[in-house]
Design a protein around this ligand. Structure first.
Ligand code: PEP
Length: 249
């Protein structure tokens, strides 16, 4: 059984004070949920103060991006070691906003995943098709390409430290959630592909989470699907009351 994995991606929202207030409130509401993996991904500026606020809470910290370079003259970039130093355990890689707005391609996503893994961070690896690709019946081809290229050269031990987030681009921030059966179909495909590329045990144990307009109302039906192990939540993770309802689905 894969433990339910719920992550909140705050994107470019919240000042340090707002982020720490949220972390303190979440900590006080987060009781009796030890069997769940709960992660929040604040913006870079709030990572360290939130790490301090979350100490000994069991709630994990994630960054939203990292550089694929180790260190040096890369103005504006943040390295994996800096994220570890700030208290991160996870890092989101390949989010559709990074792919679409910052031209991140599969090859750079693959380097970022490798960099995260060698640095001791666990990648939350995002994949998903656009509406156009879905309408052209390309969903499975796109998912297969993103997985094969994103995970190029990674071995079984690497994969065991990774979470895969299936986020159909047409469902992100749009209020349109994939119906549970639509999401399940793609999650099952992802698991079969991981089994072909690695083995049955890895495919069984890997967390494959869903993202795209998840909210307190739809989380229960999504989590009832056999291959959906959790959620990556954007908008609904910004409000602590709605995020805790999702965590407690
Ligand atoms: C996301 O950005 O990963 C996301 C799923 O956003 P939202 O929940 O707002 O659709």
């Amino acid at each position: 059984m894969v433990a339910p994995f719920i992550a909140g991606n705050w994107k470019m929202n919240k000042t340090i004070r707002d982020a720490v207030d949220f972390a303190n409130q979440l900590k006080s509401l987060y009781t009796g949920l030890d069997e769940r993996e709960v992660v929040i991904a604040p913006p870079f500026t709030a990572l360290y103060p939130v790490a301090e606020a979350l100490k000994e809470s069991g709630i994990r910290l994630s960054a939203q991006n990292l550089s694929d370079k180790t260190e040096g003259a890369y103005t504006g970039e943040v390295s994996a070691m800096m994220l570890v130093d700030a208290g991160c355990e996870y890092v989101i890689i390949g989010h559709s906003e990074r792919r679409a707005l910052f031209s991140e391609r599969d090859a750079v996503i693959n380097s970022k995943i490798s960099m995260a893994l060698v640095s001791g961070l666990k990648p939350i690896f995002c994949i998903g098709e656009t509406l156009n690709e879905r309408e052209e019946l390309q969903t499975f081809n796109i998912i297969e390409r993103q997985i094969k290229e994103g995970l190029n050269n990674l071995n079984t031990d690497d994969i065991r430290r990774l979470v895969i987030a299936y986020e159909p681009v047409w469902a992100i921030g749009t209020g349109k959630t994939a119906i549970p059966e639509q999401a399940q179909e793609v999650h099952a495909f992802i698991r079969q592909l991981i089994e072909k590329m690695y083995n049955e045990n890895v495919a069984r144990d890997i967390a494959v989470i869903y993202g795209g307009s998840v909210n307190p109302k739809n989380i229960g039906d999504l989590m009832a699907e056999p291959d959906i192990n959790g959620a990556l939540v954007g908008g609904a993770s910004l409000d602590v009351e709605s995020f805790i309802k999702i965590i407690r689905f």
